[in-house]
Design a protein around this ligand. Structure first.
Ligand SMILES: C[S@@+](CC[C@H](N)C(=O)[O-])C[C@H]1O[C@@H](n2cnc3c(N)ncnc32)[C@H](O)[C@@H]1O
Length: 257
């Protein structure tokens, strides 16, 4: 999965730039600060955070996938960045090591979210800030859900995830996630809804190909290099809305340690 996410990372930086921008905006001036990028993936946000933190600051990117970290090393070369191959839920960073904990779509996959957010608070200095984006409940994420529905019957879909299990929508219930953060010791929890439109290519087959090759949830059920069945593209093309436009929502959470 990490290998496929790495391949899709350029599109991710394009499509999800507004999510990271919302996080940067919420955090304000990062110059001179020590920042943790959780689930840093291919390092697009890690490099931007390093630029924002400047020469007096530093960034640590953590991810359990060695495949994406190869790309992250390239993306962050010659910046004040350290990459850690590990699990942010349990990694033993020093107490109060960071001024800021940031994540773009990298905090929904913890086995034990309660323990993970305690661990992240522990390694944040008192008064330090948390800013992450995550998906809302699945019905509000057509970008991920339309292609999965279209592929049902053609590929093996994962069983629907029980509440609390790691999955892209695991933090989508605003009240539950706010309570989770507060129980983990985070204060001043706030959430902003980010709405935008994703424009798909005019040609439905091109749009289907984009879905098949760049959307992580789709990539988790089909390897487009191995499964080249024409009916996959046809099913996806049929699911592309006539408007070629998807109304998209994400959640931007902030909190203080
Ligand atoms: C949807 S990708 C987002 C990547 C990157 N933040 C971006 O926006 O381009 C989710 C990332 O979270 C990472 N991840 C999953 N579980 C994690 C954990 N327990 N600790 C740290 N990162 C994790 C995955 O390996 C993956 O790279």
């Amino acid at each position: 999965m990490g290998r496929r996410w790495a391949a899709a990372s350029e599109t991710a930086d394009d499509q999800f730039g507004r999510l990271s921008d919302a996080g940067y905006r919420a955090l304000g001036d990062l110059s001179g600060l020590h920042v943790l990028d959780v689930g840093c993936g291919s390092g697009g946000t890690t490099a931007q955070l390093a630029d924002l933190a400047g020469p007096q600051g530093s960034v640590v990117g953590i991810d359990p996938s060695s495949d994406v970290l190869v790309h992250a090393a390239r993306a962050t070369a010659e910046r004040n960045v350290r990459l850690v191959h590990g699990d942010a839920q349990t990694h033993a960073f020093a107490d109060g090591a960071f001024d800021v904990v940031f994540s773009r779509l990298g905090v929904m996959f913890f086995e034990d979210p309660a323990a993970a957010f305690v661990n992240l608070r522990r390694c944040t200095a008192v008064g330090g800030r948390l800013a992450f984006t995550c998906w809302p409940v699945r019905e509000l994420v057509p970008l991920l859900i339309l292609p999965l529905r279209a592929l049902a019957g053609l590929v093996q879909l994962p069983p629907s995830a029980p509440p609390g299990s790691p999955n892209p929508f695991s933090l989508g219930d605003v009240a539950a996630t706010t309570a989770l953060l507060e129980r983990a010791g985070w204060r001043e929890v706030a959430v902003e809804e980010l709405r935008w439109q994703v424009d798909l290519p005019d040609d439905a087959t091109d749009a289907a190909r984009t879905w098949l090759t760049t959307i992580p949830v789709t990539l988790s059920v089909v390897d487009p290099d191995l499964d080249t069945r024409a009916e996959l593209l046809a099913a996806l093309a049929a699911a592309v809305p006539d408007s070629r436009r998807l109304e998209q929502l994400a959640l931007s959470f902030t909190a203080t340690a």
